[in-house]
Write a protein that binds this ligand. Sequence first.
Ligand SMILES: [Zn+2]
Ligand SMILES: [Zn+2]
Length: 259
Amino acid sequence: MKIRVLGCSGALLPNANQPAFLVDEKILLDAGTIGNVLSADEQWKIRHILLTHAHLDHIVGIPFLLDNIVVKNIRHQVMVIGIKETLKAIKEHLLNDKIWPDFSKIPDKNSPVLALRDIKYGVPFKIDKYTIYPLKVRHTVPAAGYIIEKGRKRLLYTGDTGPVRTTWNEVNRLGSISGRVDAIIIEVSFPNRMKELAIKSGHLTPNLLYKELQKLNNLPKKILITHPKPLYYKLIKDEINKLMVEDIEILSDNMIITI
Ligand SMILES: [Zn+2]
Ligand SMILES: [Zn+2]
């Protein structure tokens, strides 16, 4: 599995793109960054977008991708997948014919460029050769993390989450059946001194991350950090290094991870 980091920042600044991870060039995990880094041909390859939640920094690339596909008159469909609350929020508040056109009716109702598919926590589903397990995480809006499995390789992406117990219980349960995950992409948004804000806003600090990792029976082989606030990047990086956890690194835009 090849994962290309289109963006992994917890806010928008020059050279700090918002979260989006392209798996094997065709499945997008979150959609905070698309059109400003992918060429047109690369954009046409995206057929499935898996969303963790409806916050703008995770979905903002979608309206512009759909617009490009329609303008180019490419007759294919992009399937946006998420829990029902996420899809409802996008339909009601983004692609609502007010903020942006409702692409589930464009170019016409029978073959629209956008299809929405809702999934449920704990119920695995398939996209091509991938099996995907949605996990409930803890954020200020309903949110899902995902284990993406292809063959014997497994990636776990948390999306935005604060401290949680049930998610890790489920990861441990799945791990006892199919083995430990190869890589985890997990968020750390704030430095340690902003712990209160982190908890209130459903995010982690380096110390909170450390406690979360203790809840896993087996540490993933690679621990990859996403979503740091760029204004505190250096401090967060220092604090993560001080955790003395093996095989941990903060992701950067354009990085490619192979598992
Ligand atoms: Zn969020
Ligand atoms: Zn976010």
